[in-house]
Design a protein around this ligand. Structure first.
Ligand code: GLN
Ligand code: ZN
Length: 780
């Protein structure tokens, strides 16, 4: 690899984002896929629509100025980029062998089978992608998985981009990250680690790269975000694995140039190893990671640095003078280390897949706020300005985003209240005492059955909400429609025989946005969709100012629901950490301060629910794990403020008021301590998709509180049988104290249909009754 003193024509262009949203500005991908899954369109029409989406995306990126070869990322994925990489190397677990044709190839229906499950097989497990709200599918690999090129999608997409006159940069999750994210397939021998298959995986990547070279791709991007997080192997081992993966790929003779990205954080001491692999370009997240020193850059000669200076996961406009100064500093250090400063590229910290497409279509945001925002397209414009050198250079330590000073950013009463909080505001009495008081008040049977909150959002409910928003349905009509739905859902739950009921959340479009719309300090977008997983998108609100609660939010709905039934109805709130995690959050104060403000606003709501006679309040924190820092060294500080904000929300209640929380992920070993620290009386957790593995982490003595491991995977349309659920309950009862075991689905039912919901809940109740009867359980 020869050192170039000026960027050669083969070099990467001076500005590039490492990824771009793929759902389409009008959620075209979602609409096409859901129509296909529902049988409303056929494969040819699905192909036609996704093809049109890719064409439009390439045109848009070119219009924004990404015209040079390899400037625009080829970010399209039919469902998930990790699944794409797994399929590319044939990492298909034995239980899905049927998706491979006689030539060992998998098509889009096979892809959907792994992603969504089939009548026979549950889908691949789904979990959060680093500390984002994007979910990827966890590859399953065994010692004998036949790793081979099972799809040519990456190559086809590149060829297609040439047809469009674009010549994009193919993007693929790299081999090291793929195997670090993978898990051993069921039945793999004890001690087997997917990393054991690294050499075989790399061999397939070598073949893939040679095909890409043959197709004419000048560059390929391999994403290795695993380098930015603590892993099950230490940094020294990672350095060796880097050489065995990226190093080997770079040594292959027949390949495009390699850009290796490391989004989501700093890579610390791994930089020299990465620079030594022979990859022609290395990307660094310089919003979370530090600008490397000249010493750390010792191996930079001949390597193009791709400087992730524009925050790709926030919606704030970059303070360009600061970014320009940091770019200059980096260039100076590259020069000092013997590299080519002119070859440094301006880039984003992470893929822009985490922000909406464009601000252009947002007509109703307050103008002062809008002036401080940048979505994906605006961030690309920032990159181009930065790279073009037309930006005034400011202070390296200046603000990273454009300062915000308009009305609503500061609310003095909120600040005074937060400053007056004492430790006593965040503690309840002893759990054992509370448990007794609650059992006396609630009188629940052993293995109580409940749901997580939402019921299917049928067409009429969504239509009523939309009509209300458009002003076509007045407040009274809307109230009536929601009450009808609540009454239906209560009657259904009584008929099914559930023990603790919910009102069904029909009034909520989204569990965070609903609160954002009813709390001060937030703004809402009209088209700001981002992909959550597969076809699922969310429209995060923008938390820009001090948060408080002008008026009660949920009390009317909860008390109406409770008035319809003698059984307890849970009040249902979204917790502070989740509100932060699923919104775009201000970056002008520590997250902990913002979380405390939200916690105090929710505390008022909890108090009002209790006063209105609601005996159980659930405060969902599905995102607690998601915001957990990627480095263990940062966990304590995070858990401190996140737990405190939850406790601020929930500690103001009487002993007999039962606080529930809901967590929504499957590998939670890391936060078992935090769950304990939340001090909720009952915690429901997702676990069906990982087939109960979660329970292995629970020590019944260390975790005396109520726990409801999900027994129905609601992310898939599949209906579990009563026997299957009973089996999970028997297993759970062997691990957690029987008197503390709750029976519930994995998550809310909002996205499910009524047919599978009724059938599954019937099975769930039947299973609970069967297991209750098998062995008399002593209740506490
Ligand atoms: N209460 C919410 C619901 O049922 C919880 C959803 C979630 O955990 N994501 O929809
Ligand atoms: Zn959930």
């Amino acid at each position: 690899m020869s050192h170039q003193s000026t960027p050669s024509p083969a070099a990467l262009p001076s500005a590039l984002p490492i990824g771009y949203p793929r759902i389409g500005p009008d959620r075209e991908l979602k609409k096409a896929e859901e129509a296909y899954w529902a049988g409303r369109i056929d494969r040819a029409e699905l192909d036609r629509r996704t093809r049109a989406l890719r064409g439009a995306t390439r045109r848009r990126l070119a219009d924004l100025g990404l015209t040079a070869p390899a400037a625009a990322p080829e970010s399209f994925s039919l469902y998930d980029q990790v699944l794409d990489a797994a399929l590319a190397i044939g990492a298909i677990p034995d239980r899905f062998a049927a998706v491979l044709d006689a030539d060992g190839r998998v098509d889009d229906d096979g892809l959907f089978a792994l992603a969504r499950g089939t009548a026979e097989q549950p889908p691949l497990e789904m979990t959060k992608w680093f500390d984002t709200n994007y979910h990827y599918l966890v590859p399953e690999i065994g010692p004998y998985t036949d790793l081979h090129l099972a799809t040519s999608r990456v190559i086809d997409l590149f060829t297609e981009s040439l047809e469009d006159g674009a010549g994009t940069r193919p993007v693929l999750v790299g081999p090291l990250t793929l195997l670090l994210l993978a898990k051993a397939q069921d039945g793999a021998p004890e001690g087997f680690d997917p990393l054991d298959r690294l050499d075989d995986a790399v061999a397939v990547y070598v073949e893939l790269l040679s095909r890409l070279a043959a197709a004419g791709a000048p560059w390929v991007q391999l994403d290795e975000p695993a380098l930015a997080a603590d892993q099950r192997v230490d940094a020294a081992a990672l350095a060796v694995l880097l050489e065995r993966s990226i190093g080997r790929l770079a040594a292959a003779s027949d390949r495009p140039r390699l850009l290796v990205t490391t989004p989501y954080g700093g890579i610390g001491d791994l930089l020299p190893s990465l620079l030594a692999t022979g990859a022609e370009a290395v990307h660094l997240d310089l919003t979370r990671g530090e600008i490397p020193t000249a010493a750390q850059l010792a191996g930079v000669a001949g390597v193009q640095l791709v400087a992730g200076l524009v925050e790709g996961r926030s919606v704030w406009r970059t303070e360009l003078p600061t970014a320009a100064a940091r770019l200059e500093l980096l260039r100076a250090r590259v020069a000092e280390a013997g590299g080519d400063p002119a070859a440094v590229v301006a880039s984003t910290s992470v893929s822009l897949q985490h922000v909406p497409h464009t601000l252009e279509r947002e007509g109703s945001l307050p103008a002062e706020l809008a002036a401080t925002l940048a979505f994906a397209d605006e961030k690309i414009t920032e990159l181009i300005a930065l790279a073009g050198g037309e930006v005034r250079t400011g202070d390296v330590d200046g603000p990273r985003s454009v300062p915000r000073t308009f009305a609503g950013v500061r609310h003095e009463a909120v600040r005074e209240r937060a400053a007056a909080v004492t430790a006593a505001d965040a503690v309840r009495t002893d759990y054992a005492r509370r448990a007794e008081a609650q059992q006396a008040a609630l009188g629940l049977p052993a293995l109580p059955t409940t749901t997580i909150g939402s019921f299917p959002q049928v067409g009429e409910v969504r239509a009523a909400r939309a009509a209300h928003r458009r002003g076509e349905l007045d407040a009274a009509g809307y109230e009536r429609a929601m009450r009808e739905e609540i009454a239906r859902v209560i009657a259904l739950q009584e008929e099914l025989g559930l023990d603790v009921l919910v009102h069904g959340e029909p009034e909520r479009n989204d569990m965070v946005q609903y609160f954002a719309e009813n709390l001060a300090g937030f703004a809402t977008t009209e088209h700001g969709w981002v992909q959550s997983y597969g076809s699922r998108c969310t429209r995060p609100s923008i938390l820009f100012g001090d948060v408080h609660r002008p008026a009660p939010i949920t009390v009317g709905w909860a008390t109406y629901a409770q008035s319809l039934t003698p059984r307890p109805v849970k009040g249902m709130l979204t917790g502070p950490v989740t509100i932060l995690a699923w919104s775009f959050v201000r970056d002008d104060q520590p997250l902990g301060e913002t979380a405390a403000q939200v916690g105090l606003a929710l505390r008022d709501e909890v108090a009002d629910l209790e006063a209105a006679g609601i005996g159980i309040v659930q405060v969902d924190e599905p995102a607690l794990r998601e915001l957990l820092p990627l480095r263990a060294a940062d966990h304590e500080a995070y858990l401190d403020w996140s737990v405190r904000s939850f406790r601020l929300a929930t500690s103001g209640v009487r002993e007999e008021t039962q606080i529930h929380t809901h967590l929504c992920y499957s590998e939670f070993n890391v936060v078992v301590g935090a769950i304990d620290a939340l001090d909720a009386d009952v915690t429901s957790i997702e676990s069906a998709r990982s087939r109960g593995e979660i329970l292995e982490a629970v020590d019944p003595d260390a975790f005396p509180r109520g726990i409801g491991p999900g027994v129905w995977d609601i992310h898939s349309p599949r209906v579990p049988s009563a026997e299957e659920i009973a089996e999970q309950l028997r297993r759970a009862r062997g691990v957690v104290r029987a008197e503390r075991l709750w029976v519930n689905p994995d998550c809310g039912l909002k996205t499910r249909g009524y047919a599978e919901t009724e059938a599954s809940l019937r099975h769930l109740v039947a299973a609970a009754h069967a297991v209750r009867a098998e062995e008399p359980v002593v209740s506490a």
